[in-house]
Design a protein around this ligand. Structure first.
Ligand SMILES: [Zn+2]
Length: 1077
């Protein structure tokens, strides 16, 4: 990641969390946290030897179950979602990718060193490529391999143990599909079936992009459930049962047809007749062979779970788009689950905050803590207080209550909101959070109508909307004084490295234009923000750029141990007034240091200086540090190189994520007190200790950007830098408070901020991309009738210096039935929370323990559903709640991520970086980060202006006659298949053949033809959707670089030992059965 990004990671140093509390709580049913899970299966980090040994005789991961597999295809469904695993365990190698199929040579990817070019290396930094760490898969482990002839090929599976032989995407063996589609998801009470349910068998229309030579059976749309769960009307049978098994699936066992007609949906969501006998399942289930020849005790041919029959993220995303993208989401109804983050929809605020501001893990929360503990579903809200809105939606109205300030509850200090209850003819109101009765101030009095509502309710945003702002009075200001407009200070490393790479020259050029983009209030002509400049290596240089000077003046401070600011007047200036002096300074800086030999840098004193300057100017502000190396110069915060890969997978691995010294935290605390937010742009060419350098940005609400191996001659990098540089913070917040109704309380916070106590989040800065995640726990019993309320209040200073409070309110339902909880969850938000929880966990616990905890929690969530919400069915069925059917696939992506399961090529810095990034991500960002988007380029009509429909992130889905864009918010690849038509190659790359395409290319030639315009346009549009610039890398099929790309095909087994989706699902099923037995 060069300029663009690097790879993600994030620590939530957010608050001193002594011991990763979550992991030691009793929430896991008495298990002792991370160390002693009662479940015998350890972390699922790949083929674990024990994984196969522990299987009881006769118990397979998935049994053939009752209804013949195919029945499911046509089944309309029944419950929330159920899945039947029909795959039989065979003796294939664990999780091996499919055996090669004729038409495409299996390419052995040499598992080699990373590509050599500079750019590539840069990109490498963020990715896992190696498998060195992982244990080799047992060659004879249990597997899900195809029984067929292909399987025979697999008998000698080349890749057991050798990652080198990872075959290229192949078609799933036909045989497995035959008669045994793996899982069925069906929908219960299907609200939506009518609209969205599609027969899995002929997924054609839904997955247009899956084409190509590859996979037989691939187009099988998979379980399709379309709908968000909360609805519930009896589903019309949308599909004619049994009609669609076609094509690639192969012949069905005869019985399928038998089952279909007359099949009644069950209420529990399990698919198929619940009572079904499981042919293979040992004792508890009498064998009632429903499966024709397959039934019976005799060993069945091994089957592999059909990837097309397991829940597909793409399908779920598409269904939600189709079903919920057309109508605006109206927030008037309590506890309504919003459309997915991947769906484009408009929001109408009718009393609850838009999902753009707040998303919850569940919109219906258990009334009691016992229920909550039983279900293990984390109760959390991901809040993005300053989220940007589409142009069609209005920004929150600003309400001015005059000198008296915003109206609040006297006791709990919650702000006036639509849920407050006016009583006694309007003279008093009862607080919806704490029930305190408050007097209504005379100037705020209004009569009530016959329903008890104030007659002016719809004229006042605070009485009718979910989100609005109050103008704050002087009481809300530090020292009871209105703040001055904030200042920005640019601090540039001018050590040898920075000069040599051309970074300093580039930055100075970019800054000249950046200064035109300083944030300004509404229609203001110029920004009120003042700017200042500092350069440094092991000493600091301050610049006087007062407008009256003919030339800038430099002042050097060499006493870095006791930092002070040598000048006040002329340091922070108005850009327009001092434009000439500033331009002159930026022209001179590269020349002044052109011959420097100074290689050492300081870091802490630089931030200290910036903070002191803000303090002296009596304003809040933001520092932008452009830094290149490990700060080894003698000064506070001096660091040493402590990178040690040998610590990986040991108990000491956590130290790699912890800061090296406490000096950074101390400094961060001072910055927060001053309202000094720090953004750090790193341009390292070796280890710089991101874990330590990111402490201050992390605690002050700032960002870290990392551009490994920066080389200025790469023009694409320049583009990325300027783009990100413009991403300047808009506001300087002060505090964020979360009020919740009695019965629950906020117990934990994640994000980029500082907490001086357990309830108040202090922020030195916040921008529209940052989120704060809050976890709730029960205090007391909640009431179904009153529901649960949440109010988030952000006190901030606008860029013009106005003090405001931004309020977001959200009301949730409360339930006494677990089924209601499971029907109203949002998996994307759950994953966002769980990833943040885990990524903070690695600071204090071994990575393996963190992975185990995630798996256990997920199994408990699903087991609780199975036990309490699904009707009885055979143990061979995996039953997933409809709205959580993607939980396993997404969780597996988190488990395989660079932070939790690093490949050999992932640097310590990149892991720390990603860890820290994820902490502030919103739900849309984590969604695409963990499950990248893969878009085929030539299948949709050239004139189509919409984004092509995505395909699943698996090698099996790639056609060698097509090209694909893959993006995850940080990385962007263009993969070119070896058989792409020559004309296409010419149109896009301006070369005559595939072999002439430059691998690793990062800029497409600008050509005047429809395809070139379309692809470049799509790339631009993808970049525009993300907050960080994504650098493009062109990857050719079968080229060395392809390994980088494959790292992002997250449904496949990863080189570092991460399980494939299919294998992980099997593993989860086993875990669940363990819990239930
Ligand atoms: Zn109150």
């Amino acid at each position: 990641m060069n300029v663009n990004q690097s790879v993600p990671p994030v620590p939530s140093f957010g608050q001193p969390q002594p011991v990763y509390p979550g992991y030691h709580q009793s929430s896991y049913g008495g298990q002792s946290g991370s160390t002693a899970p009662t479940i015998p299966y350890g972390a699922y980090n790949g083929p674990v030897p024990g994984y196969q040994q522990t299987l009881p005789q006769g118990m397979f991961l998935f049994l053939l179950s009752d209804p013949p597999a195919s029945a499911s295809q046509s089944l309309p469904v029944q419950c929330e979602a159920s899945a039947d695993f029909k795959g039989l365990p065979g003796s294939q190698p664990f999780g091996s990718p499919l055996a090669p199929v004729g038409n495409q040579p299996a390419v052995l990817q040499p598992y080699g060193p990373p590509p050599t070019s500079a750019q590539v290396t840069a990109q490498l930094s963020g990715m896992q490529i190696s498998g060195a760490v992982a244990p080799a898969p047992p060659s004879s482990g249990l597997g899900y391999g195809p029984p067929t002839s292909l399987a025979s090929a697999s008998g000698s599976f080349p890749n057991s143990g050798l990652y080198g032989s990872y075959p290229q995407g192949q078609a799933p063996p036909l045989s497995q599909a035959q008669g045994h589609p793996g899982i069925q998801t069906s929908q219960r009470s299907a609200p939506s079936q009518a609209s969205g349910f599609t027969p899995p068998a002929s997924g054609g229309p839904r997955l247009p992009s899956m084409t190509g030579p590859l996979l037989p059976g691939q187009s099988f749309g998979g379980p399709s459930v379309s709908q968000p769960n909360h609805v519930s009307s009896p589903p019309p049978q949308a599909l004619p049962p049994g009609t669609q098994m076609t094509g690639p699936l192969g012949p069905l066992p005869p019985m399928h047809s038998l089952q279909q007609p007359g099949y009644q949906p069950q209420q529990n969501g399990s698919f198929g007749p619940a009572r079904g006998p499981q042919p293979n399942y040992g004792s508890p289930y009498p064998a009632a062979p429903t499966f024709g020849s397959q039934s019976g005790p005799q060993p069945l041919p091994p089957k592999r779970l059909d990837p097309d029959a397991i829940p597909s993220p793409i399908q779920v995303i598409e269904d939600d788009r189709n079903n919920r993208g057309t109508e605006p989401f109206v927030t008037g109804v309590r506890g309504q689950v919003p459309p997915l983050v991947t769906t484009n929809f408009l929001v109408k605020d009718q009393g609850n905050a838009s999902p753009r501001y707040i998303r919850c893990t569940s919109y219906n929360i258990p009334c009691t803590s016992d229920m909550a503990k039983q279900a293990q579903v984390p109760l959390a809200a991901v809040i993005k207080p300053l989220a940007s809105l589409p142009p069609e939606e209005a920004s929150p109205y600003v309400v001015d209550h005059g000198e008296s300030g915003p109206l609040r509850c006297n006791r709990c200090k919650a702000y006036m909101c639509p849920f407050m209850q006016f009583i006694e003819g309007g003279r008093r109101f009862q607080c919806c959070f704490c029930s305190c009765i408050n007097d209504v101030p005379p100037q705020y009095f209004q009569h009530l109508d016959h329903t008890g509502k104030r007659v002016d309710a719809y004229d006042r945003p605070e009485l009718s909307l979910g989100s609005y702002e109050f103008l704050a009075t002087v009481d809300y200001c530090k020292n009871n004084k209105f703040p001055s407009p904030p200042a920005f200070i640019f601090m540039i490393d001018v050590s040898y490295n920075a000069i040599r790479t051309g970074l300093v020259r580039l930055l100075c050029e970019e800054l000249k234009s950046l200064l035109d983009f300083l944030p300004r209030e509404g229609g203001a002509e110029e920004s009120a923000i003042r700017v200042g400049f500092v350069t440094y290596n092991k000493v600091l240089h301050f610049y006087n750029v007062k407008s009256s000077l003919a030339q800038p003046q430099m002042m050097v401070v060499s006493d870095v141990a006791d930092m002070f600011v040598p000048l006040l007047d002329g340091f922070l200036v108005n850009v327009n007034e001092s434009r000439a002096v500033i331009t002159s300074l930026l022209d001179q800086i590269p020349e002044m240091f052109a011959d420097t030999r100074e290689t050492e840098t300081v870091f802490v004193p630089v931030i200290q200086a910036g903070m002191e300057a803000l303090k002296a100017a009596e304003c809040a502000g933001k520092l932008f540090l452009f830094h290149t190396s490990l700060p080894i110069a003698e000064a506070p915060g001096k660091l040493k190189n402590r990178d040690d890969r040998k610590l990986i997978n040991t108990d000491k691995e956590k130290t790699l994520f912890q800061p090296q010294t406490g000096a950074y935290q101390t400094l961060a605390k001072e910055c927060v007190a001053q309202g000094c937010c720090v953004d750090v742009f790193l341009f390292p060419n070796q280890y710089v200790d991101v874990a330590t350098l990111s402490v201050v940005p992390q605690l002050t609400g700032g960002s870290v950007y990392k551009y490994a191996c920066f080389q200025v001659w790469c023009e694409e990098q320049v583009g990325g830098l300027s783009l990100e540089g413009r991403h300047v913070a808009l506001v300087i917040p002060f505090a964020l408070t979360v009020h919740v109704a009695s019965g629950i309380r906020a117990v934990d916070f994640f994000g980029a901020f500082y907490m001086s106590n357990t309830t108040d989040v202090e922020l030195a800065g916040l921008d529209g991309d940052k989120t704060v995640t809050v976890e709730f726990k029960h205090d007391d019993r909640l009431n179904e009738e009153s529901g649960a309320l949440l109010q988030c209040a952000l006190l901030y200073t606008s860029c013009a210096g106005q003090r405001r409070l931004r309020i977001h309110n959200l009301a949730l339902n409360c339930c006494t039935q677990l089924a209601d909880l499971y029907r109203n969850c949002e998996t994307d938000t759950l994953i966002n929370y769980m990833a943040k929880f885990a990524y903070r966990g690695v600071l204090n616990s071994p990575v393996k323990a963190v992975r185990d905890t995630l798996i256990t929690q997920c199994a408990q969530i699903l087991a609780c559903y199975r036990k309490n919400c699904a009707s009885p069915s055979s143990a061979g069925q995996l039953i997933l709640p409809e709205c959580m059917k993607l939980l396993p696939v997404y969780l597996n992506c988190v488990l395989k991520s660079d932070v939790l399961q690093p490949g050999a090529e992932i640097t310590t810095d990149d892991r720390a970086y990603v860890r820290q990034l994820v902490t502030s991500m919103d739900v849309a960002e984590t969604n695409v980060f963990f499950y990248p988007r893969l878009l085929p380029l030539t299948k949709s009509p050239i004139e189509s202006t919409t984004e092509p429909p995505a395909v699943r992130a698996s090698e099996e889905r790639l056609s060698n006659g097509d090209m694909y864009l893959l993006e995850n918010g940080l990385n962007l690849f263009l993969w070119v298949g070896a058989s792409v038509q020559q004309g296409v190659v010419q149109s896009l790359f301006s070369v005559s053949s595939f072999s002439q395409i430059t691998s690793g290319l990062s800029v497409l030639p600008v050509l005047d033809n429809p395809l070139s315009k379309k692809v470049r346009g799509l790339i631009d549009s993808l970049r525009a959707q993300r907050s960080r610039y994504m650098k493009l890398i062109v990857v050719k099929q079968e080229d060395k670089l392809e390994m980088l790309f494959k790292h992002f095909l997250v449904e496949d087994k990863s080189l570092s030992g991460g399980a494939s989706y299919v294998d992980f699902l099997c593993h989860m099923h086993k875990e669940i059965r363990q819990l239930l037995s």
